[in-house]
Design a protein around this ligand. Structure first.
Ligand SMILES: Cc1cc2nc3c(=O)[nH]c(=O)nc-3n(C[C@H](O)[C@H](O)[C@H](O)COP(=O)(O)OP(=O)(O)OC[C@H]3O[C@@H](n4cnc5c(N)ncnc54)[C@H](O)[C@@H]3O)c2cc1C
Length: 372
């Protein structure tokens, strides 16, 4: 007996949605199951702003950013909508990191320039810098929630079935693929399944697949208004400082007007998928206001918006992607996955079809060997 669908995708965040888009473009029959309603904000993919950039200090990721940009453009054309804002990117702070990303940009032929701190302050009044500053134009922001919607629409236009408010309770390997049991008691068979369940992934798969440690943290982000909203928008910024500061054009999330979304890459609070406070820590807010006073005098030092969001991280911060029988594990967060979204969809579907395109370090065995 044939399965109900070629591919079941569990999770309708950026990565599951990109997988559904990529699979539908290759002519597979796809069913995507998402436990919450469309546009929910309980996973990692909500909100209107994530940084996109070419700067990585690592030869695996820099070329991937280039391919991801090509696929973003394909998605924008397919969905007939704009998702990227190319405002440029600035990296500064730790010298070793800067040397390494400059070498990677050179190697990949990515246009960039290196400025002194004072020079950068003249270019972008309202921001303060230290040391050297790497500027590259192929960077900016992507609208995460807009991307999820675009991926859903384009996948559905090619026949993908999107099921919302339907949680997958259990996955069992059966003779011709996978049997999914849903929370409402219904079932579905699929030849293969891609599990892109974000912070919920371990809970769903730990009985089936030996996983590396996936740490869930609750990150806090703040929106600080710019004092001069009529000034040209600033590039996206990564400052290797303290817990790793990043800030970017805030999009819709901070309400009407112009603001910078600011967060730290490290230092999130320990959490689980379902146990998160959702509340912002006053000490974190105060620390961020101090940062703004010192490094971003072009912003008010009182945030007008704030939010929390879960990171799901591997120990190395490398993405986790691999296949075990008919089950594809897809966990590309570690706080830096959004920029790769359409590429992750391609890589996940390559795993489904058996194409060998995956960097070895993303595989389960590589993750499990770390520290072994
Ligand atoms: C604060 C913050 C800032 C970030 N900034 C950047 C950035 O600037 N640049 C960048 O590149 N990346 C960034 N990221 C990372 C990026 O947002 C993530 O890589 C990405 O959102 C992960 O998407 P996902 O689909 O894996 O997870 P999620 O978005 O969490 O999606 C998983 C989905 O699976 C669903 N699900 C779970 N279990 C089940 C089940 N049993 N049945 C059905 N559905 C289920 C969930 O409801 C959820 O919708 C940031 C992340 C955060 C949190």
């Amino acid at each position: 007996m044939s399965a109900d669908t070629d591919l079941l995708v569990v999770g309708g965040g950026l990565m599951g949605s990109a997988t559904a888009w990529a699979a539908s473009r290759r002519g597979l029959s796809v069913t995507l199951a998402e436990q919450f309603e469309p546009d929910h904000n309980r996973g990692s993919s909500h909100g209107s702003a994530r940084i996109i950039r070419r700067t990585y200090d690592d030869p695996t990721y820099t070329p991937m950013t280039g391919r991801a940009f090509e696929l973003w453009r394909e998605l924008e054309l397919d969905a007939d909508t704009g998702l990227l804002r190319l405002l440029g990117g600035l990296d500064f702070g730790d010298r070793h990191y800067l040397d390494a990303i400059a070498a990677e940009l050179d190697g990949a032929g990515v246009a960039h320039e290196i400025l002194g701190a004072r020079e950068a302050e003249e270019h972008w009044p309202g921001l303060r810098f230290e040391g050297r500053v790497i500027h590259h134009p192929q960077a900016g922001t992507v609208d995460a929630a807009g991307a999820v919607r675009a991926l859903h629409t384009t996948a559905a236009n090619r026949g993908a079935l999107l099921l919302f408010a339907l949680s997958v309770r259990k996955l069992s390997v059966v003779s011709d693929g996978v049997l999914a049991e849903f929370a409402d008691g219904s079932t579905l068979t699929a030849s293969q399944v891609v599990v892109a369940a974000g912070a919920w992934l371990s809970g769903l798969l730990c009985d089936r697949v030996q996983l590396p440690r996936l740490t869930v943290t609750e990150q806090q982000v703040f929106h600080f208004p710019r004092l001069d909203p009529s000034a040209p928008p600033w590039p996206s910024v990564v400052h290797e400082f303290g817990d790793g500061i990043y800030h970017l054009q805030g999009g819709r999330d901070g309400g009407p007007g112009d603001d910078r979304k600011i967060g730290t890459h490290y230092g999130g609070r320990a959490a689980t998928a379902d146990r998160r406070s959702g509340a912002v820590d006053p000490a974190a807010r105060a620390a961020m206001a101090d940062y703004v006073r010192r490094w971003m005098p072009g912003c008010e030092a009182t945030p007008r918006g704030e939010a929390t969001c879960p990171y799901t991280s591997t120990p190395t911060e490398d993405f986790l992607l691999d296949r075990v029988g008919p089950i594809v594990v897809c966990s590309p967060c570690s706080g830096h996955g959004a920029k790769f979204t359409p590429l992750i969809g391609e890589l996940a579907v390559d795993l489904v079809t058996g194409a060998n395109t995956l960097p070895e370090r993303f595989r389960l065995a590589s993750h499990l060997s770390v520290g072994a």
